[in-house]
Every structure is written in C-alpha cells, then in structure tokens.
Write a new protein. Structure first.
Length: 418
C-alpha cells in the first residue's frame, strides 16, 4: 500500500491541495491532528483510496469529500465531527464498515447513497436528523438501527435498499419523510413508535415483503400512498390517536383483508382504498373485544391480537397452523387453541381426532394413540409455546420432531413419530 501522511500544521484539506500533493497510486491517507475541516470534493474520485484515518480534531466533513472513492472499504468518523456533508461518501461502492461517533448531529442529503457494499448501519444517539436520500440505493444494506435522539428521517432516506430486512426506529423520531423506506422490497416488518407525528407520503410504498406493520398509539397522521403496493400486508391496526389518513394509503395492498380503524375514520374507508373483501373493524370494538377476551393485560402485539380476532370471528379465515405460529410467536398455547376453536384446518394434525379443543383431552388422546408421544403442559400459561414448536407441523406424513423441555408450556419429552 502507498501511504500519504499529511503534514501536521494543515488545518483544511481542499481538493486543490489533494490534487497537487497526493500521488495517484495512494491507497491510504492519514489526516493529522491539526486538520479541522475536510473540504468540498477533497478526495472526490480518488478511486484507489482504500483506507483513511481521520483525526479527532476534524469537525466537518464537507460535501462530496470522499464521493466516488470506489475502493474505500472502511471509515471511522471520530468524536469531534459534527456533520457529514451532502454526498460525502456517495458512490463508495466498496465501503463495508462505517462507525459514527455520538458527536455527529447531522447526516446530510445523500451522505452514503449508493454505498452498495454496506451491510449494516448503527446511527448513534447524537444524530438528530438523517437527510434526504442519505442511504438511498444501498442495495447491500440488511439492517439499520436508528437510536434515540434522531428526530427526522428525510425524504427517500433509505429508498431502494432492496436487501434491508430489519430496521429499528427508536422512540423519539417525529417525522418519517416522503418515500423514506420506499422500494425496500426485503423489509418484512416495521414498528412505528409513538413519538412519530406523521408517516410521510409513500413512506413504505412498494415494500412488497412487508407483512407486519405496528403503528403505535401516538401517531397522528398517515399520508397518501404511505403503504401502497405492499402486496404482502394482510392486516393492520390504526390506533385511535390517528386523526387523518390520506387517500390511497393502502392502494395496491392486494393481500390486505382486515383493517382496524379509529371510529371517526371508518366512514371513509373507500378513501383509503378499502374494498368489499376487506373486513373493517372499529377501534373501539377491537379494544372491547380484546378486554372481553382476557387479552388486555397481556403483552401481545396488536398485530397478533388482530390475528386472533380473525381466527375467532371470520369464518373464512382459516390459515394453516404454521401460519398461526408465524403470526403469533408470542401468544400462549391456551389462547391460540381458544381462538382457533373448531377450525380444524388451523390445527396441527394431532388435535383433530374428535374436533375438540380441550387441551388436556387432546394431549391424553395423542399419548394414547402413540406411545412415543409424551407431552407435558404447564397450566399457568407459561410463555414460549410458539417458540417451542417447529414452524412446519405437517404431522400427517409421519414426520418426526423434537422440542426441548426448558421453560416451554408445550413440551415433547421423547422424540415423537406421529
């Protein structure tokens, strides 16, 4: 590697200074303690640059500072830097690792856009805003953690991050901007915290894998096309705090079959692109049903409770048992069986002998029919039922399965051949 150690005493690195002093074959740069600012386009287009050591004295990384450094692999933004400029690292297609200190307050527009090798990113508590297009087109990005302190997520900030599967938005974010997560086709679930005032236009549009959306009580508005063309979204609960939903919010959500709406918004369901095959539930009725069925004091998500509601109240709603487990991973066994009731299509094979859903009776019957099938149940609703079972419980083909006994309310003690 060819290393360029910038002389101590330089306070600002400009494009002209780099052009006049850095050799074309340079692969590593060391920035001294005297430098306060890395200027506009300072290292832009340095395609051979692999590594840069930024000193703690640097306060600002200006616009396009490292734009198009396509060989740059990692960067540490040290304590002292307050802002990362427009397109500062855009097009750094080999950039795999970025560590940002808590002194950074702003990640500006396009700062890391097109960094296609970036796989994960943690935005620390000090950051207050994520600029428009900041991470747009980071197609290798798989997980993002947005810590407390961030107030706004800008327009198209994470758009077209097609491999993004996990995003954690901390309570404190107030604005999710227009198209913020649009076209994130790998994103399967999202939880919008209570601090968010509004979900921007097309914020999650065309997230075709998005199957679970949790909108916390506190969110006030959901703008047009916010979840449009989310073709995997099957149900959603809009809390009472939401005062307005713009038109076509759920347009093109072809799998959406159940939606809970605040009472004041139920009359305008067509506006949100509700169709005749969708079940619309008043939020007050949903809360009353939750209370009447003993679920109010349990830590189940609204998404899971809505799933249980559908199991009990919608005759045509008959998901496979594996889907029940997938949608209700935190729900306990007695609750699951209670709401599945007589829908034998939704039950595992060994609950179907006589149509009864009495747990003790069914378990005794299963043991009687198969001496290898030995079961223990904790009657106090110990959590972990779904976690204790394999996701695919098609027992009719004589499959074998085994579940550990530790802290499970449904426990197969011996290897069962059913």
């Amino acid at each position: 590697m060819t290393v360029w150690i910038i002389p101590d005493g330089i306070t600002k690195i400009t494009n002209e200074y780099v052009r006049d002093n850095m050799q074309e074959v340079t692969t590593e740069v060391v920035i001294p303690e005297s430098v306060r600012r890395i200027g506009v386009q300072a290292f832009s287009g340095c395609t051979r640059l692999v590594s840069v050591v930024i000193s703690k004295s640097v306060e600002n990384i200006c616009s396009w500072a490292f734009n198009g450094c396509e060989s740059l692999q990692s960067v540490v933004i040290p304590e002292g830097v307050e802002s990362i400029g427009y397109d500062a690292f855009s097009g750094c297609t080999s950039l795999q690792s970025v560590v940002i200190s808590s002194s950074v307050k702003m990640i500006k527009e396009g700062a890391f856009s097109g960094c296609t090798s970036l796989e994960s990113f943690v935005i620390p508590e000090g950051v207050e805003s994520i600029g428009d297009h900041a991470f747009a087109g980071c197609t290798g990005l798989q997980s993002v953690v947005i810590a407390e302190g961030v107030k706004s997520i800008g327009k198209s900030a994470f758009s077209k991050c097609t491999n993004l599967t996990s995003v954690k938005i901390a309570n404190g974010v107030e604005i999710i901007g227009e198209g913020a997560f649009s076209d994130c086709t790998g994103l399967a679930s999202v939880m919008i915290p209570e601090s968010v005032g509004s979900v921007g236009m097309a914020a999650f549009a065309r997230c075709t894998s998005l199957a679970s959306v949790v909108i916390s009580n506190g969110v006030e508005s959901v703008h047009m096309f916010a979840f449009s063309n989310c073709t995997s979204l099957e149900s959603v609960v809009i809390p009472e705090s939401v005062r307005g939903i713009d038109h076509d919010t759920f347009s093109g959500c072809t799998a959406l079959n159940s939606i809970v709406l605040p009472d004041a918004l139920v009359a305008n369901t067509v506006k949100y692109t509700n169709t005749s095959y969708q079940t619309v539930i008043r939020y007050s009725d949903f809360i009353e049903w939750k209370r009447d069925n003993g679920l109010a004091g349990k830590s189940y998500s609204d998404q899971a409770i809505l799933f249980l509601y559908q199991l009990q109240n919608i005759e045509t709603f008959t998901p496979a048992w594996s889907e029940v487990l997938k949608q209700c991973p935190e729900v306990r066994m007695y609750d699951l069986l209670k709401f599945v009731d007589k829908k034998t299509m939704c039950l595992p094979e060994f609950f179907r002998s006589n149509g009864s859903c009495d747990v003790d009776e069914q378990m005794a019957d299963a043991e009687k029919r198969n001496h290898c099938f030995e079961v223990s149940i904790d009657g106090n609703d110990c959590p972990g039922f779904a976690d204790a079972l394999l996701q695919n419980l098609s027992l009719s083909d004589g499959a074998s399965f085994f579940c550990t006994a530790k802290d499970k309310d449904f426990r197969i003690i011996n290897l069962a051949i059913v």
